[in-house]
Structure formats: structure tokens, C-alpha cells
Design a protein around this ligand. Structure first.
Ligand code: SAM
Length: 247
């Protein structure tokens, strides 16, 4: 049987490709890519001629079975996404779980990942953190998710889109309070890389001051909830409910 290699690719700076990634991409029989045109440019840059196959969110189930067949047949395959580490808010979950169930060896190459790069430079606690990926686009669902995280004792790491950053921060202000510290890491590894730490209220003001600051790829990190002596919200709610029945 063949091996499936999980190959991270640069977030913006081509110098971040590893030697091992180049070797694997050059040696496998097939590269599964989120966007074959995008990956084609990367391969062209490094003069790699390995054929590519598309594997994205909309065809993953059907394509995963096809690729599993190739692996069963003895071919080695590499999985890449447009940027960073596959499966981290990117396609590949179906393929990897299928492969592991089928006893295909899955070999991960370490490499670029926006969440980890951002966290490492944030100055927020890194001993424990929770990666939350993208928040829901709809406000109701977003607020519900933020409420569930409001007392989270670990640093929170989110991916966010420029068109939603102000809405998300407004919701964070109402759920976490204006004072909670946040760090916005933008355009990591690129020319306009910026890592800006502030309170939630200050970050909103900073972004509104200059609309260019709202542009680019971004990771938003939130400091852990402050430790308080107060009872957790759920305990207070339960207590209030019980108190109504007390004499
Ligand atoms: N798999 C990728 C990884 O390992 O980071 C993430 C893919 S996800 C579809 C894309 C999101 O990652 C962007 O919306 C942004 O939140 C974040 N991201 C990707 N590249 C980035 C960069 N250069 N700087 C900051 N954030 C980035």
C-alpha cells in the first residue's frame, strides 16, 4: 500500500517551504490540492512536475474514495491546501479518516500554520490554548458560540475574514466585555505583517481609524477569561431558579 503525506505549504513567504516538503512533493505519484491552479503555481515555482488532483470541501467524499483506491494500489500521495497545514480549517478530514480506517500509513510533515505562528508571537499564554477556527457567519450562532466560551481559561484562537472582523469584535465586546485583551495577527510572513495587541474596545477603534487595517488575512486571539471568585454563570442561574422555590 502507498503512503499519504500531509504537506504544509507557505502562508505567503515561499521561503517557508521545507526541504522535506519539496522532496515529498517531487517524489509522490499524485498531489491532492484544494485548488489545482493555486498549487500549480507553487509547483511551477519549484520546478515540480507531479500531477495534481482536486480535493476540496465540495467534492471531498467522492474524491477521497478515488484517492484511497490509488493508495490501496500502492501509489504514494501528498495532500496540500492553498496555504498552511491541510485539515486545519481546510479540506482533508474525510480522506485522512478513510485512510486511517483502511490501514493506510498517514505521515504528517510539520510546517506553516497561521494559528500556531500567530500564537507564538502573541504574548498571550501559550501553555494551554483552544483553536476555534472560523466563528459562524450568522450573528445569532456566533453570539451563542462566544457565550459558551466566555469563561474559557485557555487562550482562544480564531480565524477571521476581513469582512466580518468588526462584527465579530462587536459581539466579543458584548459577551467578553470591552476590557478583555486580544491580539490580531495579520498577513503573517508577508510584507505587511502586523501583530497588534489591545483591549477589545481599543482594537475596534484601531481598526476603524484606518480601513486598510481591516484588510488582509487575520488570526484573532483572545486572552483567557480572568480568574474570579464569582460563581460560574451556570451555577448562578441554577441558584436563582432554586431560590424561587425556597421559603
Ligand atoms: N490551513 C491553514 C493554516 O494552517 O493556517 C488555514 C486555512 S483557513 C481556510 C484560512 C485562514 O487562515 C485565513 O482566513 C486566516 O484567518 C488564516 N490565515 C491564513 N494565512 C494567514 C496569514 N498569512 N496571516 C494571518 N492569517 C492567515
Amino acid at each position: 500500500k502507498g503512503t499519504l503525506y500531509i504537506v504544509p505549504t507557505p502562508l505567503g513567504n515561499l521561503g517557508d517551504i521545507s526541504q522535506r516538503a519539496l522532496n515529498v512533493l517531487g517524489e509522490v505519484a499524485l498531489i491532492c490540492a484544494e485548488d489545482t491552479r493555486h498549487t500549480g503555481q507553487l509547483l511551477h515555482h519549484f520546478s515540480i512536475r507531479t500531477p495534481t488532483q482536486s480535493l476540496h470541501d465540495h467534492n471531498e467524499k467522492q474524491k477521497a474514495a478515488f484517492i484511497l483506491g490509488k493508495l490501496e494500489g500502492g501509489l504514494n500521495v501528498a495532500l496540500v491546501s492553498d496555504a498552511g497545514t491541510p485539515l486545519i480549517s481546510d479540506p482533508g478530514y474525510t480522506l485522512v479518516s478513510l485512510c486511517r480506517e483502511a490501514g493506510i500509513k498517514v505521515v504528517p510533515l510539520p510546517g506553516p500554520c497561521a494559528a500556531i505562528a500567530a500564537l507564538s508571537a502573541s504574548g498571550l499564554p501559550t501553555d494551554r490554548f483552544a483553536f476555534e477556527g472560523f466563528l459562524p457567519a450568522k450573528q445569532g450562532a456566533r453570539v451563542t458560540e462566544l457565550e459558551a466560551l466566555s469563561e474559557e481559561p485557555r487562550t482562544l484562537v480564531f480565524y477571521e475574514a476581513p469582512r466580518r472582523i468588526l462584527d465579530t469584535l462587536a459581539d466579543m465586546e458584548s459577551v467578553f466585555g470591552p476590557e478583555r485583551q486580544v491580539v490580531l495577527a495579520k498577513e503573517l510572513t508577508k510584507t505587511f505583517e502586523t501583530i497588534h495587541g489591545a483591549s477589545i474596545a481599543e482594537l475596534q477603534a484601531w481598526l476603524k481609524e484606518d480601513s486598510d487595517r481591516q484588510k488582509g488575512e487575520m488570526v484573532l486571539m483572545v486572552a483567557p477569561a480572568p480568574k474570579t471568585d464569582a460563581l460560574p454563570k451556570a451555577a448562578v442561574t441554577l441558584f436563582m431558579a432554586l431560590a424561587q422555590d425556597l421559603p
